[in-house]
Every structure is written in structure tokens, then in C-alpha cells.
Design a protein around this ligand. Structure first.
Ligand code: UD1
Length: 417
């Protein structure tokens, strides 16, 4: 199993580009199921989750090719196997995103239930409720969702909770439904809007993406297009926190500033100086690092996917921070590992109290999930001495060329087998 070895203590400094967003690329890849024609996608990050999704789509019958400019072309002329097996869904929950498009296009789908995962229960009841409301017959048997519908029918769906992939699944299904679908209490995440923009360029009629009410007028068929995936706001935020916590100065290219308000506000509150243009952000840390309390919530509030990184920042900041996690039940597993690096953190239910200490100490730690592993990398970068991170495959699911990019910024980091 691969490990990362980091020698901490070097402030990050320099310039790095941001990759395409994982959480936009995954649903956009699935949108290819909705048409016989070719969907060509640019700026797709090279990540384990993307490769897993492409493997699943190939298994369903999609023809995939990668061109010289790293554009990915997907052609779903014939869907030969309308199944997402347990082996794939258990390694990547986002595989549930094939359910809506397969059902809408082919009238049938069999998708494994994802089950629980390290960070919480994560049910998919809202996906199922929405598809049933659109007329699908859905049975759960032997751990699989069996869905059938000759023709999905547009309807009004009020979602009980805000769910990102739930909104995306229903929005994709509704593009080919008969009539108009209204999704109320929809997720407003920028990745939902990016998917909607791709679907619109394929001929879908979608209004209101990015707001809590999305209206989709069903069309008979979608067509070919080329679409560029948006930049990854969580990768952007992770690099910014790494620079702030290490007392560095960095310039990020190929990113977007307009989708990071909640994260940038917290960085400024922590003492960072931030400048930005349309597609770049730079951060300089001239002041003492101050602790920042935060509460995770659906977009546009503070993202749960940045909570672990800010726990590291708070571990070495002046003062005490209170972090409240409201999205997932069990997303503080990094706290135990950070405590092994001398961080002072008390967890009680969904709240963590972090008291800043002068230094973290390098240690051997274990990654438990994607964002937790990012937080351990950040901790290793600022800790004194050597940090060894085990189970880095979690990191490879969501961060493209992370040790290479961090090395460009002066970090002492290497991967060993
Ligand atoms: C997506 C992101 C993930 C991010 C999360 C929250 C992708 C591929 N992943 O995950 O990185 O951390 O949003 O911003 O985009 N829930 C239900 N029933 C459902 C669906 C969800 O109860 O049918 C609950 C979940 O258990 C969780 C909350 O709703 O507590 C939000 O989950 P959701 O937005 O669905 O997360 P994902 O879409 O899986």
C-alpha cells in the first residue's frame, strides 16, 4: 500500500494550476448516458473516481476515447448492460448517478444500494422518492434498486433535504421526461449548475439551476456537444488553507473566485490577504494566524468538504475555534489522527472544539476518507519533523497530482510503496 512521507515546516510559495472539479466531472460523465450522440468533455481531472466512473460507463456499453488534448469522448449508441454492480458502487458512491439517466434513456436500471460509508449513513431515499414521483416503479431487492419506467412523467417534487447527487440524478432523469418537472429544495452547489449548463448545451431545457427551485421541461432527445468542466473549488480551497496555515504565499491559476465566498471569508478572518481576478486567486500570510469558528451547511454556506482542512488551520492558530458539522454524522475521524500530531481537539457529537497550539509534531497517521486525508497532508506540511500518511488511495480519489503540485510550491513530500 502506498504512503506519503512529508517533512514539514516549509511555507508554501509559488504558483499552481487548479484541475477540473471532480464533483462536476462525475455527473457530467453520466450525462453521456442520455444521448446516442457523442459527448466530448474537456478539463476532466485525472483521478481514481473518474477512472472508476469511466469503467462503469464502459461496462454499461458506452464507447469512450481520449484524444490528444485529453478531451474525453463518450458515445452511448447502445446500452448493453443497465447495471451498476455493488463492487463499483461500494468504492464510489457517486456511481448512483447512473440511475436517473439510465432509467430515463432506456426505461430500466439496476443499481446497487451504496450502503453506509466512513463519514455517515448517506441514504439515497430522496433519489428514489423523486423517481417514483416521476412514475418509475422501484423495488429494492437483494441490495439493489430495480427501477422501471416506459416513460418518466414530469411532476412537482419537494425534496425533504438538500442533496447534491439527488438533485443531479433527478435533473438528468427529468430532461427526457414527458412534461415539466419542478425540483423544490434543490441543491444550489456550483457543480449542479455546471451539470445543468452541460445538459442545456446538449439540448435540455433547464431553468433556475443554482437556485433552490429548478424547472426542467422534458425534450424528446439530447444531442452531441463539447463541454468544459468547471475548476475544482475544493482543491482551490485546500491549497489556500495549506498556504495560510504554513505562513506562505501562493498564486492559483485556472480557478474561479465567485464560488468560494464562504471559504475566502474564513481565510480573511484568519488573517490571510487575498487578491483575485476572474480566473486566479492569490493568498499571502503576513499576519498571525487566528482561529475561525465555522458551521458546515449546503452551498452557498461553508462546505463540509473544507471542514477537515480548516480543523488543521485552527490547530495551529491563535485562539479557540468551534467547528460544527451539520451534513454528515461521522466526519471528524481526522480529529483523532490530528491529536496524535499534538493538536488539541475535543469532539462532542457534531461539534469539535479546537485550541490552537504552537506546533504540530510529525507522526505516522492513517487516512480515513478523501477530505480527511487532505487534512493530514496539510498537517504534515506544517508539522515539525516527519509525517507518514498511510492509505493515501483516499487522496487519489479526489486530488490530481497532489504531491507533484505541492512539490512545485516547495513542499518536501514523496510517495513510497
Ligand atoms: C456530494 C459530494 C460530496 C459532498 C456532499 C455534500 C459529489 C460526488 N459528492 O455528495 O463531496 O461532501 O455532496 O456537499 O458531488 N441524504 C439523505 N437522503 C438522500 C441523499 C442524501 O438523507 O437521498 C443526506 C446524506 O446522508 C447527507 C446529506 O443528505 O447527510 C447530504 O448528502 P448529499 O448532498 O446527497 O451528498 P452527496 O451528493 O452524496
Amino acid at each position: 500500500m502506498q504512503k506519503l512521507i512529508i517533512h514539514g515546516g516549509t511555507p508554501l510559495s509559488g504558483e499552481v494550476y487548479i484541475s477540473g472539479a471532480k464533483n462536476a466531472a462525475l455527473p457530467i460523465l453520466c450525462a453521456s448516458l442520455l444521448t446516442r450522440e457523442t459527448l466530448r468533455i474537456e478539463n476532466v481531472p485525472h483521478l481514481k473516481d473518474v477512472i472508476t466512473m469511466m469503467g462503469l460507463l464502459e461496462q454499461i456499453g458506452i464507447n469512450i476515447s481520449i484524444d490528444k488534448k485529453f478531451g474525453i469522448s463518450l458515445t452511448a449508441a447502445h446500452l448493453s448492460s443497465l447495471v451498476a454492480p455493488y463492487e463499483m458502487v461500494k468504492t464510489m458512491r457517486a456511481a448512483i448517478l447512473v440511475l436517473g439517466p439510465m432509467l430515463a434513456r432506456a426505461g430500466k436500471a439496476k443499481v446497487s444500494l451504496p450502503g453506509g460509508c466512513a463519514i455517515g449513513l448517506r441514504p439515497v431515499d430522496q433519489h428514489i422518492k423523486g423517481l417514483r414521483a416521476m412514475g418509475a416503479k422501484i423495488d429494492i431487492e437483494h441490495g439493489y434498486i430495480h427501477a422501471k419506467a416506459n416513460q418518466l412523467i414530469g411532476t412537482h417534487i419537494v425534496m425533504d433535504i438538500v442533496t447534491v447527487t439527488g438533485t443531479e440524478n433527478l435533473m438528468m432523469a427529468a430532461t427526457l421526461a414527458d412534461g415539466t418537472t419542478v425540483l423544490e429544495n434543490a441543491a444550489r452547489e456550483p457543480e449542479v449548475t455546471d451539470l445543468a449548463n452541460c445538459l442545456v448545451s446538449m439540448g435540455a431545457k433547464i431553468y433556475g439551476a443554482g437556485s433552490g427551485i429548478i424547472t426542467i421541461e422534458g425534450v424528446k432527445s439530447l444531442h452531441s456537444t463539447t463541454y468544459q468542466v468547471m475548476p475544482d473549488r475544493i482543491e482551490t480551497g485546500t491549497f489556500l488553507v495549506a498556504a495560510a496555515a504554513s505562513g506562505g504565499e501562493i498564486h492559483l491559476k485556472k480557478t474561479r473566485v465567485d464560488i468560494l465566498d464562504a471559504v475566502l471569508d474564513k481565510l480573511v478572518e484568519s488573517g490571510a490577504e487575498i487578491e483575485s481576478g476572474e480566473d486566479w486567486i492569490s493568498l499571502k500570510m503576513n499576519n498571525a494566524l487566528k482561529s475561525v469558528s465555522l458551521r458546515t451547511s449546503p452551498y452557498p454556506a461553508f462546505p463540509t468538504d473544507m471542514q477537515a482542512q480548516f480543523m488543521v488551520l485552527n490547530s495551529v492558530a491563535e485562539g479557540t475555534a468551534i467547528i460544527t458539522e451539520t451534513i454528515f454524522e461521522n466526519r471528524f475521524m481526522h480529529a483523532q489522527e490530528l491529536k496524535r500530531m499534538s493538536a488539541c481537539i475535543e469532539v462532542e457529537g457534531n461539534t469539535a472544539v479546537v485550541r490552537g497550539v504552537t506546533n504540530l509534531d510529525g507522526a505516522s497517521v492513517m487516512a480515513t476518507d478523501l477530505r480527511a486525508s487532505a487534512s493530514l497532508v496539510l498537517a504534515g506540511l506544517i508539522a515539525q519533523g516527519e509525517t507518514i500518511i498511510d492509505r493515501v488511495y483516499h487522496l487519489d480519489r479526489g486530488y490530481e497530482r497532489i504531491e507533484e503540485k505541492l512539490s512545485w510550491l516547495g513542499a518536501k513530500i514523496k510517495r513510497i510503496n
